[in-house]
Design a protein around this ligand. Structure first.
Ligand SMILES: O=C(NCCCc1ccccc1)N[C@H]1CC[C@H](OCc2c(F)cccc2F)CC1
Length: 334
């Protein structure tokens, strides 16, 4: 039988903190079932919004059982990792450098690692493969397609109006309203439950990709069917440490990311050479599978899989997601 998912205080992982380029990162370290050897593969798992390292609870024991060493940070702004006030530390390029430093600390300098990402973490791991190809053993993304660095600036509101209406919620999240309104454990619980599939008594939504947070519905939203009460309590406790400024800063870097990536455009670096896996989620309204059409043209080796889930594929279909990851890694590492 598959090893059970992590609990919030699980003895199978060790909690570490590390000062990384001026910020304190908290991360989970899960050693492989048979112990670490000189040939142990290290996998770095990168969560999205609004999540935590704990978002990989169904995948960590599975990867340990495959003999992998698993490194799972709370990403910048989340959980027990620092939440700097400025937006720049949350850019793709800066976060990639943080992850490269974390990987070197665990796996040793210049050691290539496997990168796995979900949601924003998927966007980050594609950028890691672009910025640091020499450190990228293999890369997989759950839900998030790859898109090449662009040489023309498109404001997010124009992108939403012309191409990606499913990104409209990001306009709200980048603004001041959600940060100002969602404060304190009870509001955070309703907010998180809304994002994790919780509904009101008449099936009201607390969040939609067309609007973002539906403030007038928040206090009607019941428990999410995707988490136990103990798991939700853990998320609420972890999110209650800070306000949402850190997590929302991830939505405020479109222009910073664009400018930093002109270096990649000028060097014609838009292809990914590392063996790659994309797992799309059929019913993900933020990142529909259609967004990945044609992305294979930028890859030397891309495998695409699909699971029939909403956005939280890691929790909705863990056996299938783990099966795709396991088969991919077996092919890559053989
Ligand atoms: O906002 C995100 N996740 C929150 C989902 C909330 C939700 C929960 C439950 C149900 C539905 C929605 N993820 C980001 C991840 C990075 C993405 O930006 C990268 C990017 C581009 F900029 C252009 C082209 C493709 C591409 F992936 C933008 C969505």
């Amino acid at each position: 039988a598959a090893p059970g998912k992590l609990t919030p205080d699980d003895s199978r992982v060790v909690h570490h903190t590390l000062l990384v380029r001026g910020k304190t990162y908290h991360y989970l370290l899960g050693n492989p079932a048979g112990g670490v050897s000189s040939t142990t593969t290290t996998v770095v798992l990168v969560h999205g919004w609004p999540d935590l390292a704990f978002g990989w609870r169904y995948q960590v024991p599975f990867l340990q059982a495959l003999g992998m060493r698993v490194v799972v940070p709370d990403m910048l702004g989340y959980g027990r990792t620092d939440a700097p006030e400025p937006i720049e530390p949350y850019s793709y390029k800066s976060v990639v450098e943080d992850l490269a430093a974390l990987a070197a600390h665990v796996a040793g300098p210049e050691q290539p690692v496997v990168l796995g990402g979900h949601d924003w973490g998927g966007a980050v791991v594609w950028r890691f493969a672009l910025w640091r190809p020499e450190l990228t053993r293999a890369v997989f993304s759950v839900c998030t397609p790859y898109w090449q660095p662009l040489k023309t600036w498109v404001p997010r509101e124009v992108l939403v109006e012309t191409l990606l209406p499913n990104f409209r919620y990001q306009l709200q999240l980048a603004g001041p309203d959600v940060e100002a309104a969602v404060v304190g454990p009870e509001k955070l619980r309703r907010f998180l439950s809304s994002l994790f599939g919780g509904r009101g008594p008449n099936n009201e939504f607390g969040f939609s990709t067309e609007v973002g947070v539906v403030f007038e519905n928040l206090n009607k939203i019941g428990p999410s069917p995707l988490l136990s009460a103990a798991e939700m309590d853990f998320y609420v406790d972890e999110y209650s440490r800070h306000d949402l400024h850190g997590p929302l800063n991830w939505y405020r870097n479109s222009r910073v990311n664009f400018e930093e990536e002109q270096e990649l455009v000028e060097q014609n670096r838009s292809r990914i050479s590392a063996p790659s896996l994309l797992i799309v989620a059929s019913k993900d309204k933020a990142l529909p599978p259609a967004m990945s059409a044609g992305m294979g043209r930028f890859f030397d080796s891309l495998v695409k899989e699909e699971v029939n889930t909403n956005h939280w594929a890691l929790w909705e279909a863990p056996q299938e997601v783990n099966g795709h990851i396991g088969k991919f890694l077996a092919d890559v590492l053989k």
